[in-house]
Design a protein around this ligand. Structure first.
Ligand code: ADP
Length: 361
């Protein structure tokens, strides 16, 4: 097991800088998910940790010792990719045993290790089968067992389950979390799926454009996002964004609605000035009056999802979604009042790019 530290870690491909000198410190035994959109530098970061990609500038340390010049196979790192590539002609047992045979372990030790990991991974009944007979979820588990059998210091997973169907993904997600609880490896998990990151990780490292936007626990990235990018990327359905204006001690204006502010929001307005971006999650808005932060809107549509409804309302020029109990609906163009929970109203500096991104959703 190992603690992983990055100091000013930078990656350039030719003239293109993919990772801009990032710092992080991952504790021994911690599970960190690297989350972000395609192309933000997640895999480059992971591949530098693994030793599969050279480090342009900066350092990676395992337990305080720089590993920049240590070859991948000497770092004691296991990696599992989406593409798990089992060897088709040999059994599940031999697939799992393969790394130990390559390392020259004796048969008794190999047998003990393979059977122990197979038991933990619920693969014992499958040990005699060839990979062609396995479902994709079973094959993925064999791939993970093969990686784990070497007892790596660090376990790296790069989008390991993104190709599975929804049900298999849910199963594998629970499996991966139980592996971490059982074996206690330092685990780093690359994903573009925010739900997967929140469900699995002790801490989530949110990246965009080659930089870390926030490295914090799931409740922190959800409830106290460091910036509008994190607010927009984390949470489903996505957070609603509004421009706000005329902010001062008395309140602020959102799409023609003047709303009053709680003390913490007033303090935030003093930092931000009169204009900026307001954000509120669909779960913290409800139909009806009763909050100091109320917005007037017109009904658009209701999606009845049975255990809850998702309601879409136009507030001025912004179409927002909110989560309501079953049975609560809006009629098209009906005038509605929306109450916002002021404890969950987030205010950020104006950011045109983030707002455009949310408009695409
Ligand atoms: P992610 O895993 O977040 O999708 P990557 O780390 O794979 O992002 O890539 C980050 C950026 O670096 C992307 O713009 C990608 O096109 C670029 N990139 C990745 N690998 C290479 C490479 N071998 N050569 C040139 N550019 C690359």
């Amino acid at each position: 097991m190992a603690r992983i530290t990055a100091n000013r870690l930078l990656k350039r491909y030719g003239n293109f800088q993919a990772v801009h000198g990032i710092d992080f410190d991952i504790a021994d035994g911690e599970f960190v998910a690297i989350l972000g959109p395609s192309g933000c530098g997640k895999s480059s970061t992971m591949r530098m940790i693994a030793g599969l990609e050279s480090i342009t500038e900066g350092q990676i340390l395992f337990d305080g010792t720089p590993v920049n010049d240590v070859r991948a196979r000497d770092r004691n790192v296991a990696m599992s990719f989406e593409n798990y590539a089992l060897y088709a002609p040999i059994t599940v047992y031999e697939n799992i045993a393969f790394p130990l045979r390559s390392a020259g372990k004796d048969q008794a030790e190999i047998d003990r290790a393979v059977r122990a990991v197979a038991e933990k991974m619920e693969l014992t009944p499958l040990l005699g089968l060839k990979p062609g007979r396995l479902s994709s979820g079973q094959a993925q588990r064999v791939g993970l067992a093969r990686a784990l059998v070497r007892k790596p210091a660090v376990f790296l997973l790069d989008e390991p389950i993104s190709h599975l169907d929804t049900r298999q993904r849910y199963r594998m997600r629970r499996f991966i979390k139980s592996i971490h609880q059982e074996f206690g490896h330092t685990m780093i998990y690359v994903t573009h799926d925010q739900e997967e990151a929140l469900a699995l990780a002790d801490r989530v490292m949110v990246m965009s454009d080659g930089a870390i936007q926030q490295l914090a626990t799931p409740p922190e990235v959800y409830s106290r996002p460091a910036n509008a990018f994190v607010a927009g990327f984390v949470g489903e359905p996505p957070i609603n964004f509004f421009d706000f204006s005329d902010a001062d001690e008395t309140g602020l204006t959102i799409e023609g609605n003047r709303v009053s502010l709680t003390d913490p929001l007033r303090a935030r307005v003093r930092e931000l000035g009169p204009v900026g971006l307001a954000a509120i999650r669909p779960h913290f808005m409800r139909l009806g009056a009763g909050s100091p932060v109320q917005l007037q809107g017109r009904g658009f549509i209701t999606e009845e999802l049975q255990d809850h409804n998702e309601i879409f309302v136009d507030i001025g020029s912004v179409r927002v979604s909110l989560i309501a109990p079953p049975g609560v609906k809006v009629a098209r163009n009906e005038t509605v009042t929306i109450s916002v929970d002021p404890d969950h109203l987030l205010l950020f500096p104006a950011d045109v790019k983030v707002k455009e991104h949310s408009d695409d959703l």
